[in-house]
Design a protein around this ligand. Sequence first.
Ligand code: ZN
Ligand code: ZN
Length: 238
Amino acid sequence: MPHYRAELHVHTVLSACAGIEMIPPIIIETVQKLGINLIAITDHNSGANAKSVMDAAKGTGVSVLPGMELETAEEVHALCLFDTLEQLQCLQNIVDTHLPPMQNNEDFFGSQLIVDKHGNFLVKEDRMLLTSTSISIQKACELVTEMGGLFIPAHVNREANGLFSHLGTIPPDLSTDIFEISRHITRETAFARYPELKNFHVIQNGDVHYLDGFLGAVELDLQTFSVKAIADYIAQNY
Ligand SMILES: [Zn+2]
Ligand SMILES: [Zn+2]
């Protein structure tokens, strides 16, 4: 059965807070060196660089899931992972109409760059992506799940944009059972601090903004390759 070492939370130069080196060929080269063969591209409120990373990965043995890190109306971050770019685009269309009409302050936040598979600059994204949409966490989870995607509240233990600091507790009507903790906490500490997490499946990612941020802590054995198969494996093993 194919074995995957995964990093399911990776930013590119489209995220204002990510390093300028986070371009498709360098990301792929770096994960290959680290023995990571599955990544998800999760820029803030946008999937515009996902295709370029998928293209850069062709023939390398690295699988790339298209995704985004959505910021909900409650300012909670959540990974939205898909099998296809078409599914991601469906979510993008909704996100685009739920982002505030604000311009990115490049000097303060950094630039948001859309690049091709070689990392060449194509377009600068001028809208401010690093902000909350007007989609509630429940609605976002519903939408992503209906589209066949995987919805994973991100770095739930973190003060900034983490579920617990913003909502206090896991909403009972939230229809997901996989949660991500940040790299800065152990599983044991997370379970001690947030006992309700014990009722769910918990994974840890690097929330990679720079090349030294890869953890590769999610290991999966998958008979078939899909986000559904990934969710099932996590549900049984984490
Ligand atoms: Zn985040
Ligand atoms: Zn992130």
